[in-house]
Design a protein around this ligand. Structure first.
Ligand SMILES: Cc1cc2nc3c(=O)[nH]c(=O)nc-3n(C[C@H](O)[C@H](O)[C@H](O)COP(=O)(O)OP(=O)(O)OC[C@H]3O[C@@H](n4cnc5c(N)ncnc54)[C@H](O)[C@@H]3O)c2cc1C
Length: 338
């Protein structure tokens, strides 16, 4: 266990916002949790489990413990014609894991390529992209219950996955995910029905048969073309979830705004792209000091340099208010705010 007191967090969040944590504690193995829970320095302090900090907005210093699991390792548990089972530890890079799986020809993860962050965070908001969600490929999540220190195993049903949501997201600070077990169909069933993907595939030099590797390459090309690289421009990806509204509200808005995209969602609800709503309110490319909305993607808030977390949050609130006033739709932020 490594402990840093009054730790600077600027390099631990992809917004690159400056803030400190009272303690930054790194665990190299799940066994170290016992020592952590017994350490009186940390008792009674608020606790936040930190992965790669790519879904996090720090609006001030954190007067608690940032607990960083750095458990490493990934393996093929079983490989049969019908099914492949993989296991990856929480501290592995998510995209490094996807790359490793795809390089071996395993299918099912390729649409989730190039999402920043660690494996341990992926179940928390049920990461999703290009028509695939984590819940489509998860068999089991291994975790430690931080209230007791006991090891717990969650089946996919136990995880209560929903759009950008799970039992882990709804109980912040309760569970420390240690590893994820994946169950992939042995047969490659490409999902290409997403704008930009067929064109990116067609633009590839490689004219060999369609493979998970080629789909991964296409997805990465589409993503790099429209999303800013956090290493260059601080951001946390999509800042708002796509709102789910009643069908009657969607119908009445569609009557007023014929060009508004609407997609069917679960439980008879309708999904409206948050980016469209934000763009209609004139925020695409908007900038207030160093806090701004990306010029190519209205859903991505960016830190042009020295923006504070509070400034970025104020901008998010301004956008929410504008969308609420114009459309009567409530936008919900996706990143965790601390
Ligand atoms: C450029 C960019 C593009 C993105 N694109 C997408 C996308 O397409 N789809 C998508 O879904 N997301 C996307 N994201 C958001 C983000 O990458 C994901 O949510 C990712 O899973 C966060 O991983 P992290 O390790 O950085 O988590 P963090 O930001 O460190 O933490 C996120 C949450 O997970 C919890 N957590 C982290 N590790 C653990 C653990 N081991 N145990 C328990 N809880 C834990 C934290 O407490 C927090 O609640 C994007 C972000 C960026 C910057």
């Amino acid at each position: 266990m490594r402990v840093v007191e009054h730790a600077p967090l600027q390099s631990f969040n992809t917004f690159h916002v400056a803030a400190n944590a009272r303690y930054l504690v790194t665990l190299e193995s799940p066994d170290e949790l016992t020592a952590f829970l017994a350490d009186s320095r940390f008792s009674g302090l608020p606790l936040f489990v930190l992965g790669g900090g790519s879904n996090l907005l720090l609006t001030g210093d954190f007067a608690g413990v940032m607990l960083c699991p750095r458990f490493m390792g990934r393996e093929v548990l079983s490989q049969e014609v019908e099914r492949v089972r993989l296991r990856a530890c929480a501290g592995e890079s998510w995209d490094g894991f996807v790359d490793w799986a795809v390089a071996q020809g395993f299918a099912g993860l390729e649409n989730l390529s190039c999402i920043p962050g660690h494996v341990g965070a992926a179940p928390v908001q049920n990461i999703g992209a290009y028509g695939v969600e984590l819940q489509d490929v998860v068999e089991r999540v291994e975790a430690l219950d931080l209230s007791t220190g006991a090891a717990v195993s969650f089946t996919r049903d136990d995880c209560q996955f929903a759009y950008r949501d799970s039992v882990f997201k709804r109980n912040p600070g309760r569970y420390l995910i240690t590893a994820v077990v994946f169950s992939l169909a042995g047969k490659f069933a490409p999902r290409l029905d997403y704008p930009g993907v067929p064109a990116a595939l067609a633009a590839q030099q490689d004219e060999g048969p369609l493979s998970p590797a080629r789909v991964r390459q296409a997805i990465c090309a589409v993503r790099y073309g429209k999303l800013p690289d956090p290493a260059v421009l601080g951001n946390a990806g999509s800042f708002f979830k796509n709102p789910l509204v009643s069908q009657s509200l969607a119908d009445s808005l569609k009557g007023e705004y014929a060009s508004m995209p609407v997609y069917p969602a679960a439980a008879g609800l309708a999904k409206i792209p948050a980016a469209w709503l934000i763009e209609q309110c004139g925020f695409k490319g908007y900038r207030a000091g160093d806090a701004g909305v990306h010029e190519k993607h209205a859903l991505v808030l960016v830190n042009y340099g020295q923006a504070t977390g509070a400034e970025l949050w104020a901008l998010a609130e301004k956008i929410r208010l504008a969308v609420r006033q114009r459309f009567g739709v409530e936008l919900e932020p996706e990143p965790n705010r601390l």
